[in-house]
Write a protein that binds this ligand. Sequence first.
Ligand SMILES: [Zn+2]
Ligand SMILES: [Zn+2]
Length: 88
Amino acid sequence: MVALANPSRPRAAVVKPPLLNFAGVCLHCGDRWCEARKCADWHASSCWMVCPDCRGDGWTDTLLPCGCLFGVVEASAAADRGGRLSAV
Ligand SMILES: [Zn+2]
Ligand SMILES: [Zn+2]
């Protein structure tokens, strides 16, 4: 049920995190063990990029929490925060 990152994209420098995080919580709607079709569709079409705030560290002692997931952010969500950043 968990959609894993697709390793077949040849130029993918960023790995898409699984729809359910390691605690089983959906990245999209926040439900545990989510099986919603809309979330699966969102995940399949989502595009991820290295977090522009922490540059992929995920967190640091010197930065405020940036809200990324393991050093990556969903590209459209990052675009919503302003700035035109190239997505992968
Ligand atoms: Zn969901
Ligand atoms: Zn970050």
